[in-house]
Ligand binder design. Structure first.
Ligand SMILES: *Cc1c(COP(=O)(O)O)cnc(C)c1O
Length: 413
C-alpha cells in the first residue's frame, strides 16, 4: 500500500484513490454471498472509472455484468471489455437514438418502464431487424423494510405499477421487435441489515411468481434488484451477508423450482457495495477560520468533488468523517469546500485534533457516488484526480476534463 501522503504529494488534492484489490475483494465477497447460479449486475453509475469497470468484469472467474443507463455508460463499459450481451440497459427516458446505438452495439436486454418505453425499444429493434429482450420494471408495493432509500410503492417514473400490470397483458405481450423476458425490480438501496434485505428479496420473489401467474408469460429472466449496503464517507466495514445465499435459494426453490436451470435466470444488482470501500478521498486543508464561535475548516474540495447530488435527497446525505477525526478532543468544526455557496458543506461537528492549513484529510469509503455524483461543473474548478492503485502499484492517474464543443458558432477570439 502506498501512503496517502505520498500520493497526495505526487498527484495533488483533491484526489480519489481507488484500490483495485479492494474492488476485487468486494466482488468476490458479494458473489460468494449469492447462489452460484445467479447473475450479478454492477450499476455503472456508482463508479464508471474504466479501471474499476474492468476489474468488475473479472478475469476468467465469476465476474459481474453491467447495468447502464446512457450512451456514456455504454461507451465506458464497452471500452472496459464488456460485450453487448453482458449489458442491461435501464432508465425511464430512453430515446430512439440511444436505443439504436445500444442495439447496434449488441445490447439485447432492456428494462422497460412503461408501455411507451416498450414500444420505443421495439421500434428501434425493428429498424435494425433484431428482437430486444425486455424486462418489465415493476413498481411494487413493498414489504416494510428499514432502508434509507426506498424506490417504489409510490407514484413514480420508474416501472409499471404492480397492481395494474396484469391489465396490460395484451398491450405488452405483442409489441413488435420485443419479447417479454421477465421482470426487473429495484425496490430499495442500502438496506439497514441482512434481515431486512432478505425480507425484501422474499417479498420480491413472491411478487414475481404472482405476476408470472397473472401475466401468463413464462419468464426467462428475473432481476430481483439489490439493496446491498456499504459505509459512506465515514469509517466502517462492508457488511458480511452470511445467511443470504441459503435464504435466497430456499425462497427461489419454493416459487421458481427450475431457477437453477435458468427457468428463469435470476439476477441481482449492486453499485455501492462493490466499490464503496475501494475508494479514499484525499482533500487538503486550505484555511481555518473562526466565525461567531464556530470553526470552519476550509478544504480544497467540496460538493464539486464529493456527494454533490445528495442535496437531491436520493443519494445518502453527505456527512463525511475523515480518518483524522478525533472523538472527544477539541472543538467541533464545519468541514466546508471552496465553492461560493453556503451549501458547500461536507461535514458538521467534525472534531479534528489540531487542523492547520496544508494538512491532508483522508475520507474513507468514498469509492461509490463520488466524482460523477458531484457538482463537477459548478464554479469551474478542475475535477479531482482519480488515482488507481493495486496494492503497492499505481495503475493510473487521470482526471475528467470539461470541454465545450460547438454545434454552431465558435469560441470568441
Ligand atoms: C442506482 C441503481 C443501482 C445501484 O444501487 P446501489 O445502492 O448503489 O447498490 C442498482 N439498480 C438500479 C436500477 C439503480 O438505479
Amino acid at each position: 500500500m502506498i501512503g496517502h501522503t505520498e500520493l497526495a504529494k505526487r498527484f495533488g488534492t483533491p484526489s480519489y484513490v481507488y484500490d483495485l484489490d479492494r474492488v476485487r475483494a468486494a466482488r468476490r465477497d458479494l458473489l460468494a454471498a449469492l447462489p452460484d447460479e445467479v447473475h450479478l449486475f454492477y450499476a455503472a453509475k456508482a463508479n464508471p472509472h474504466p479501471d474499476v469497470l474492468r476489474e468488475m468484469r473479472g478475469d476468467g472467474g465469476r465476474g459481474c455484468r453491467a447495468e447502464i443507463s446512457s450512451v456514456g455508460e455504454l461507451a465506458a463499459v464497452l471500452t472496459a471489455g464488456f460485450s453487448g450481451a453482458d449489458i442491461l440497459y435501464t432508465g425511464p427516458g430512453k430515446t430512439a437514438e440511444e436505443l439504436t446505438e445500444a442495439l447496434a452495439k449488441g445490447v439485447r436486454l432492456f428494462s422497460v418502464e412503461s408501455p411507451g418505453d416498450l414500444r420505443r425499444v421495439g421500434e428501434a429493434a425493428g429498424r435494425l431487424g433484431v428482437t430486444a429482450d425486455c424486462l418489465l420494471r415493476v413498481n411494487s408495493v413493498s414489504a416494510s423494510t428499514a432502508t434509507s432509500i426506498r424506490m417504489t410503492g409510490v407514484p413514480s417514473q420508474f416501472g409499471f405499477d404492480s397492481e395494474t400490470l396484469a391489465d396490460l397483458r395484451e398491450k405488452v405481450s405483442d409489441v413488435p421487435g420485443t419479447t417479454i423476458a421477465g421482470l426487473h425490480f429495484f425496490p430499495l438501496s442500502n438496506a439497514a441489515d441482512e434481515a431486512s434485505l432478505i425480507a425484501e428479496f422474499r417479498h420480491t420473489i413472491e411478487k414475481a411468481a404472482e405476476l408470472q401467474e397473472q401475466l401468463g408469460i413464462r419468464f426467462r429472466f428475473v432481476d430481483i434488484g439489490g439493496g446491498f449496503s456499504a459505509p459512506y464517507a465515514a469509517g466502517g466495514e462492508r457488511p458480511v451477508y452470511g445467511e443470504l445465499r441459503e435464504a435466497l435459494a430456499a425462497t427461489l426453490d419454493t416459487h421458481f423450482p427450475r431457477w437453477r436451470d435458468g427457468g428463469p435466470r435470476i439476477a441481482l444488482e449492486s453499485g455501492r457495495y462493490l466499490v464503496g470501500d475501494s475508494g479514499t478521498l484525499l482533500v487538503g486543508v486550505v484555511n481555518i477560520k473562526e466565525s461567531r464561535g464556530r470553526r470552519f475548516v476550509i478544504l480544497d474540495g467540496g460538493i464539486n468533488t464529493f456527494g454533490g447530488m445528495s442535496g437531491l435527497g436520493r443519494i445518502l446525505p453527505v456527512s463525511v468523517l475523515p480518518n483524522e477525526s478525533a472523538p472527544g478532543a477539541g472543538d467541533p468544526a464545519m468541514l466546508v469546500g471552496p465553492l461560493c455557496t453556503p451549501g458547500d458543506v461536507l461535514g458538521r461537528d467534525v472534531v479534528l485534533a489540531d487542523p492547520a492549513p496544508g494538512d491532508l484529510l483522508t475520507i474513507p469509503n468514498a469509492g461509490a457516488y463520488g466524482v460523477t455524483a458531484s457538482l463537477l461543473m459548478f464554479l469551474g474548478r478542475p475535477a479531482p484526480t482519480e488515482v488507481v492503485v493495486r496494492g503497492p502499484d499505481v495503475v493510473s492517474a487521470s482526471r475528467i476534463d470539461h470541454i465545450r464543443t460547438y454545434a454552431y458558432g465558435q469560441a470568441p477570439r
